[in-house]
Design a binder for this molecule. Structure first.
Ligand code: P6P
Length: 347
């Protein structure tokens, strides 16, 4: 199945610039910001691809041949993004999965009107087995012109509901490096060609299938799920070809990779709450909200099982949220079981 639907060689920079024209009054600041972010992703991609090699060339233990402190890849990715984005003059604050508190812009740099939230390396538990990992980001405009930089003020700037995002996207470090983003004008996908150092458009205005027979969840936690969710999981395992059942299970355990497959093939990716984790595991601000913006832009749906993810008002930067995301009909189907409208007597 080919998703290539662009017959022109268009680079990410060219596409971002051309999109600027679709935003009346766009200052171009946004264009520079995405350009800087794309640079950070190129640098992270290079290091991800060398990760195994780094161990061989003497980055054993926690120091390399130069006696330098070796950083874990997710710590390295975090620093690359911060150091690529803090001096462009476009941001007033950042928030990262790796930093407990907001990341202020150093006084020596100009500040701008945007706020960047990100998970620098999602799926880092998969790094050592060479399984796809990724970077997730969301972008907001500041809510007021306060120049205060105390942590409470900066936190208030960050914890906006997801529908306020002006852009969101992710990079996927898999068999190739892919960059996917939206500015509210649809979802576009680019593949990185390291031989020319450019991201090339390969799928424009991505639309998720309305429904598909794929589901993605960690079935290992089945016994901790609600009975309503168990009914759903048993229902989709039935041998009923006329209802496109059973669904096929796919689970990478890198959320952004499970989402990417769901965006292209359709179906449902979920990380539900369970009896041990009442709010699930995924983070609202820098994981669920960016993916939810992309899903809706591609014609899909994203909820916590009841509420639209993008409408949830965060109470803190790192709060967790249950996530059901993917094809609209697949998400509505699981929601019908969760609220008891659909039942399946599997006992
Ligand atoms: P589990 C990766 O560690 C992550 O945060 C997400 O990317 C992924 O969806 C989830 O955890 C996997 O968690 O409990 O299935 O191992």
């Amino acid at each position: 199945m080919s998703f290539f639907n662009s017959s022109r060689f268009i680079t990410l920079e060219h596409y971002i610039s051309s999109e600027k024209d679709k935003h009346p009054g766009a200052t171009g600041e946004f264009t520079y910001l995405l350009h800087d972010l794309a640079l950070a992703i190129r640098i992270i991609s290079r290091e991800v691809r060398r990760a195994g090699l780094n161990d061989i060339i003497g980055m054993a233990g926690d120091t390399n041949v130069h006696g330098e402190q070796v950083k874990k890849l997710d710590v390295y990715a975090n620093e690359v993004i911060i150091q690529s984005m803090d001096h462009g003059g476009h941001l007033c604050v950042m928030a990262s999965e790796e930093n407990e508190h907001p990341i202020p812009i150093p006084d020596k740099f100009d500040k701008g009107k945007y706020i960047l939230v990100f998970d620098p390396l999602d799926g880092s538990s998969n790094i050592d087995i060479n399984v796809t990992i990724g970077t997730i980001f969301g972008l907001y405009k500041r809510t007021d012109d306060s120049s205060d930089t105390d942590m409470d003020t900066l936190t208030k700037q960050i914890i906006q509901p997801g529908y306020k995002q002006v852009a969101a996207g992710y990079a996927l470090y898999g068999s190739s490096t892919v960059f996917v983003y939206t500015t509210g004008q649809g979802v576009n996908m680019f593949t990185y060609d390291p031989t020319i150092g450019e991201f090339i458009l390969f799928h424009e205005n991505v639309k998720i299938p309305k429904k598909a027979s794929y589901y993605s969840v960690n079935e290992g936690y089945y016994n901790f799920y609600s009975d309503e969710l168990k009914q759903y999981l048993q229902y989709i395992k039935q041998d009923k070809a006329e209802k496109d059942l059973p669904y096929k299970l796919r689970y990478i355990a890198t959320g952004v990779a499970d989402f990417h497959r769901t965006l292209l093939y359709g179906g449902l990716f979920m990380y539900p709450s369970d009896s041990r984790s009442p709010n699930g595991k995924l983070r609202l601000v820098y994981e669920a909200n960016p993916l939810a913006f992309l899903a809706e832009q591609a014609g899909g749906r994203a909820t916590d099982g009841v509420n639209r993810i993008l409408d949830i008002k965060p109470t803190n930067i790192h709060q967790r949220v249950p996530l059901f995301i993917g094809s609209k009909e697949n998400v509505l189907e699981v929601e019908s079981f969760l609220k008891g409208d659909l039942k399946f007597d599997y006992k």
